[in-house]
Design a binder for this molecule. Structure first.
Ligand code: SF4
Length: 429
């Protein structure tokens, strides 16, 4: 993190902040293909990698045997890795076969991995050449999901950034709103209804359900993030003239209300109309959270760095569910996208950016929080020591944004605690 960012963070969050560098335990960016391929329903993701990469994707996706998945791995063999074969020729063949076989695919992403990066396979150039060859059939672009360059949710940022240059220019004098970051279809539909009621039109979700749902971008574009891991794409769109709206993320009743209020303010929507539109869903969300909050109140939670959702989740849990935050570990702390969150955190909470696995785990063992949010690889070890955990990957896979999902979001954290209390009651000791 640069010193500029560090000083800006200090401006917004008065509490302690540190950085750690050391061993990490986080999935690579290939993991993001799992939710991206569900969201962009006519896209295909071709990983150029090893058998390990193929294994990761297939186990993370839990592919059913009869399914025809929209992702695959072009496996680099020993001859490729030793530089004895022409990888471009092979890639050309695989892509041609794929395009012939899968006529419903409108966008092909070539996804780089550690092995393709190590042998310096230039996938961007390969994508441009393949695009020229298959011009009328499919759009082709490339991004990196390699574990050397990316962690887990950063894969989505790289994917979106890879198409940012293709976004058409917004005609001068026109205005639009771009909601950035994957949300589920159900969340998009709910958000669209609220935007309609607020009188906000020309709204685009990026990524959209279809690969060619590409929003126009220019001086009249307002940009709001729905996910915290889209910082590089935010910057690419700002360079194209878009204005970012500072808001907390739409998580929980308060977060969702503030998110819509910030957007409404940027559009100059009348206050009475905003309150009238938001009041009912807001009250409904508050009631849904209350039933879960009773199980969460007074518990202590610890976040290990994984998804970049840690700061907004900690805000939601302390602000709306009465949890005490022990520590917020986050792999990256992007002050531009987190600006709407930091001031709402408890002032004394410690934010740790980056990871050094052993000291981070020792702090969890020492504090023995009621719940630790962490990656799947760490969870089992902590559970075996009698600590309750929540996989952070579930927070990315589940529809959690917006008023109607607020109760479900709280219940994701309540479930492991309820499970523990049932085990305690049922225990023979
Ligand atoms: S991209 Fe790298 S870290 Fe990810 S599965 Fe492949 S080899 Fe492993």
């Amino acid at each position: 993190m640069s010193s500029v960012i560090a000083s800006t963070v200090a401006e917004h969050h008065p509490g302690p902040q540190t950085q750690e560098r050391g061993q990490r335990a986080v999935f690579c960016g290939l993991t993001s293909i799992i939710w991206l391929h569900r969201r962009i329903q006519d896209a295909f993701f071709l990983v150029v990698g090893s058998r390990t990469c193929a294994h990761l994707i297939q186990s993370a996706a839990g592919v059913m045997i009869f399914a025809e998945p929209r992702f695959a791995t072009a496996i680099l063999g020993e001859r490729d890795l030793a530089g004895m074969a022409d990888c471009h020729e092979e890639l050309d063949r695989v892509v041609s076969e794929l395009i012939t076989r899968r006529s419903g695919i409108n966008r092909l992403f070539l996804v780089g991995s550690c092995p393709s990066e190590v042998i310096k396979l230039d996938l961007e150039t390969a994508a441009a050449k393949l695009q020229a060859k298959h011009e009328n059939k499919v759009r082709i672009s490339a991004f990196s999901g390699s574990g050397i360059e990316t962690t887990f949710t950063q894969g989505e940022d790289q994917c979106l950034k890879s198409t940012a240059a293709e976004l058409p220019a917004l005609p001068s004098g026109e205005a639009n709103l771009v909601v950035l970051g994957t949300v589920s279809d159900i969340v998009e539909d709910q958000f669209r209804r609220i935007f309609d009621d607020l009188g906000i039109s020309n709204v685009h979700f990026y990524p959209g359900r279809k690969a060619d749902d590409l929003p126009a971008v220019g001086k009249g574009t307002r940009l709001v993030a729905a996910q915290p891991f889209v910082g590089e794409t935010v910057r690419a769109l700002i360079e194209r003239g878009a204005d970012i709206i500072t808001a907390p993320f739409p998580l929980g009743a308060e977060g969702s209300k503030s998110w819509f209020e910030a957007i409404s303010k940027a559009y100059g929507v009348d206050d009475a109309r905003v309150q009238q539109t938001l009041e009912l869903p807001y009250q409904r969300a508050k009631r849904a959270i209350e039933t879960q909050a009773a199980k969460l109140k007074g518990k202590r939670i610890h976040f290990l760095p994984d998804s970049q959702l840690e700061i907004p989740m900690a805000r939601f849990l302390s602000e709306e569910c009465g949890l005490t935050i022990n520590e917020i570990g986050t792999p990256f702390h992007d002050q531009l996208v987190m600006r709407g969150e930091l001031a709402r955190l408890p002032p004394d909470v410690c934010i740790v950016e980056g990871q050094d696995l052993d000291p981070a785990l020792n702090r969890v063992r020492e504090a023995r929080p009621d719940l630790t949010v962490c990656g799947m690889g760490i969870a089992n070890a902590l559970e075996s020591e009698g600590l309750r955990t929540k996989w952070s990957i579930e927070l990315v896979f589940s529809p959690v944004q917006g008023f109607d999902q607020a109760g479900d979001l709280a219940s994701l954290f309540a479930k492991p605690l309820i499970r523990e209390s049932i085990l305690e009651v049922g225990s023979w000791s």
